[in-house]
Write a protein that binds this ligand. Sequence first.
Ligand SMILES: NC(=O)N[C@@H](O)C(=O)O
Length: 177
Amino acid sequence: MQDGIGLAIRPLDGVSFSAYGWMLGKPYPAGGETPCFSNAATDFWREHLFDPGPGGEHEILWVNYRSRDPRVGSLETHLLTQQAIIPLTGEIIQVVASSGPDGRPDPSSIAAFSIPPGQGICMRPGCWHATRVREGQASCVMLTRRSTTLDLVGHLRDGNPMHESVISAVPGVMLAI
Ligand SMILES: NC(=O)N[C@@H](O)C(=O)O
């Protein structure tokens, strides 16, 4: 929701983020059906089954974010794969949106979430997104699709047409940071 001071940055929670994907870093799922284990030394549990899309190869990227620009003039989406982002060294602010009937970002769906280390997100295919930080640089682990990365690098570095991602301008989004 935008108001006079800009797009509010919300704390990440699974319900609020469900329109865009899945929250990662939820509490230990004791007593349910989720595969999990806990003892004095460790806890582990299934947080999400990542899907890189049909024929997709899983790929781990190391990603640094360092844009503090409160203006968000464009959003990016990946058409085939989910995309997970797990901050390691600092908070990121993830701006997300769903598609409208025209297949472009729906302005009424634009939201911003604070994702501190210890939490993460996995975005659905087609989730529009952009990432900011409040200060410095945040290093993150990203889980994505190998062919989508190659397609994106080919576009960003060499100007080649993209087939697995779309970048769309959005009017007048200003983050309240
Ligand atoms: N590598 C890659 O796909 N990056 C973008 O999607 C991004 O959101 O940073």
